[in-house]
Design a protein around this ligand. Structure first.
Ligand SMILES: [Fe+2]
Length: 631
């Protein structure tokens, strides 16, 4: 009965005729009617119960199907890949058993070897083609990125920049890794090298642009699509980007700062880009532009500017040339990639990342260490011999394990103010030398391949820590190195080449006269026992160090040097380099301000007067000291 009244109440809110009908119908129910209703109600209850049971069954079945789909979704993809595995197996099988381990080349004819290599190549090419076909069947396609194409930041990632004569800045000159998209969505951008603009020091001076290259900085927060929107705003202006770099923001308001170099037609176009970017972020700044001063290449002004070198390497540490002993060792390459990743993330002010060297790596170091230290007593210059025991006492130098760069860097800083920055690969001569102006040395952290501990075709941690580091603790050598660094700031390409050659014949392969003997001070010699003995022998030619002549001497990079330049002392070499630098074609002078860790360009009367006042104060202090000593 209550059910019926409830029915009446609900209906009455909207439909009066039904109310009247309901009143009439249910006002006097007979027992027959009630019985009939109860029967219907029972049937309805049974139907509801069946529905509930069906729903439960459906839920269970759906859950099971989802599990099956999740576990076997890649079944078709995996099945397709089996063909690729088959082709790979055939490629492997094409190399006969006798070729699979190291064998003497004399046991086979050249034709046999070429034939097997050709089969292997064919097999590898088929494997690649099969794999690409499989990926394509499943919606994964290569993103077209070609050499000579304009760099597009929405499809590719610039892993390094390089100035290349006669090539259009902002275009791709090498593709290290291809990019891939899954049904149109970017899976991985291509990794490419981009032709760089010649950078100018004006790029860090706030100014209005009159065209050519402009550097913009904008800041964003870490949210999906934030960067894409900003890049799209730049792309909409049809301007090519030649560089894009990110770093964690220095302010708490933003997560990341992005630095972008643009090739803008004129200031109006730059203003439009800024306007477009401001639709997505309130923090947009024009840092500078090339203009009338484009004859002066860019150089770092502050210590933090060295951070821009972190990703601008000519070659990355994990990319090995074919003659490198680790070229075919994937585990070694992976290990180097791990170490260079840490170098890439390093920023000014950070401690140098700690590397847990493996027993195998420490063993390779130990072999090199024992062999070289036997020669140091007779072949190394006295400065190196003086510092080396200090490194053993203070920095853990021994044949047991590789010292940590951070420990050595702290020691050098206490001695001469020099410090070490980790680097992921080979820097340009300009960047490498520029850092010396700040008393900063870029050092690799990985070690040569353990199979050949006495050979490496490139700098490694043995070369850096045994060859370079000890000399940076010597005040005269530190001054000499910084002198080359200061001379390189804003120098022309031609002068950079000369300074790099001077560096090669001094800090890398330098010999000096001490008493009646020749001694080695170059890191390339002090980290190679073979060349260390050879360099001081009667076989090569020894010439006096004269920067004008040294700077234009050709040299081999893969064999022992036929000529070595002999310095009378580091102080003498420093004065000669300073004299050489003063004749270079550079319209300004620079000095390093150790208090602010920045470069001062002495290009105005005010700056020169301030500099002179500093010298006057120093002279006063010196005079006072001399007077007190003479009493
Ligand atoms: Fe070196």
């Amino acid at each position: 009965m209550l059910r019926n009244l409830s029915f009446v109440r609900v209906q009455s809110r909207s439909l009066m005729p039904t109310l009247q009908f309901a009143k009439r119908t249910y006002a006097t129910p007979t027992p027959e009617i009630l019985e009939e209703r109860d029967k219907k109600l029972t049937k309805l209850n049974e139907a509801v119960q069946r529905c509930m049971a069906d729903k439960k069954t459906l839920e269970e079945r759906s859950t099971k199907e989802v599990t099956i789909q999740r576990d076997f979704a890649i079944q078709k993809f995996a099945k397709d890949l089996l063909d690729t595995v088959d082709v790979l197996g055939m490629a492997k099988a094409s190399i006969p058993a006798e070729f699979r381990t190291k064998v003497s080349i004399k046991e086979h004819t050249p034709d046999q070897i070429i034939d097997k290599i050709s089969n292997l190549y064919t097999g590898m090419a088929m494997t690649e083609a099969e794999l690409v076909k499989t990926l394509k069947r499943h919606g994964v396609e290569k993103v077209e990125t070609e050499i000579g194409q304009k760099f597009d930041a929405t499809k590719a990632q610039s892993v390094f920049n390089k100035e290349i004569p006669n090539q259009q800045p902002g275009t791709i000159f090498t593709v290290k890794k291809s990019g891939y998209a899954l049904r149109g969505r970017l899976l991985r951008p291509a990794q490419v090298g981009v032709v760089a603009e010649k950078r100018t020091f004006a790029s860090h001076v706030p100014t209005k642009t009159d065209g050519s290259k402009t550097t913009l900085c904008f800041s964003i927060n870490d949210k999906v699509g934030a960067l894409e929107s900003c890049l799209a705003a730049i792309k909409a202006m049809d301007i090519s980007m030649t560089r894009i770099e990110s770093r964690p923001s220095r302010t708490a308001d933003w997560d990341y700062d992005f630095f972008v170099d643009l090739n803008a037609r004129d200031g109006v176009q730059v203003d439009k880009v800024v306007e477009g970017l401001r639709q997505h972020t309130t923090d947009v700044r024009v840092l500078g532009a090339d203009g009338a001063q484009d004859s002066v290449p860019w150089f770092p002004r502050k210590m933090a500017d060295l951070d821009t070198f972190a990703e601008k390497v000519l070659e990355m540490g994990e990319e090995l040339s074919s003659e490198h002993p680790g070229a075919n060792d994937p585990a070694y390459r992976e290990r180097r990639a791990d170490i260079t990743r840490m170098a890439k993330a390093f920023r000014t002010g950070d401690p140098v990342p700690h590397v847990d060297y493996t027993p195998e790596e420490n063993a390779a170091w130990g072999q090199v260490y024992r062999r070289l230290t036997q020669l140091y007593k007779t072949h190394a210059c006295r400065e190196h011999q003086y510092v080396f025991p200090l490194l053993e006492q203070n920095c853990g130098y021994s044949d047991k394990e590789i010292p940590q760069l951070e420990t050595v860097s702290r020691f050098l800083k206490d001695c001469t103010g020099f410090q070490i920055r980790p680097v992921m690969g080979l820097l340009t001569s300009r960047d490498f030398l520029n850092a010396f102006a700040f008393r900063v040395f870029h050092s690799t952290q990985y070690i040569r391949h353990p199979s050949k501990p006495f050979y490496t075709p490139e700098p490694d941690v043995c070369h850096e820590l045994l060859g370079h580091a000890p000399l940076f603790a010597d005040p005269d050598f530190a001054d000499f190195s910084q002198e080359i660094g200061l001379a390189s700031l804003g120098a022309s390409d031609e002068d950079i080449k000369k300074l790099a050659t001077i560096f090669w014949f001094t800090a890398e392969f330098g010999v000096c006269r001490q008493g009646d003997e020749l001694k080695a001070y170059g890191a390339g010699l002090l980290s190679s026992f073979g060349e260390l003995e050879y360099s001081l022998s009667q076989i090569p030619e020894h010439r006096p160090f004269e920067p004008e002549k040294t700077a234009v001497t050709e040299y081999p990079i893969t064999t022992f040097q036929p000529v070595y330049y002999v310095a009378d002392s580091f102080k003498d070499a420093q004065e000669k380099v300073r004299d050489f630098a003063s004749k270079m074609n550079r319209p300004f002078s620079v000095r390093y301000n150790a208090l602010t860790q920045s470069i001062e360009v002495l290009d105005s009367k005010d700056k020169v007067v301030r500099f002179a006042k500093g010298i006057r104060d120093d002279m006063k202090t010196l005079t006072t000291v001399i007077e007190s000593l003479s009493h």
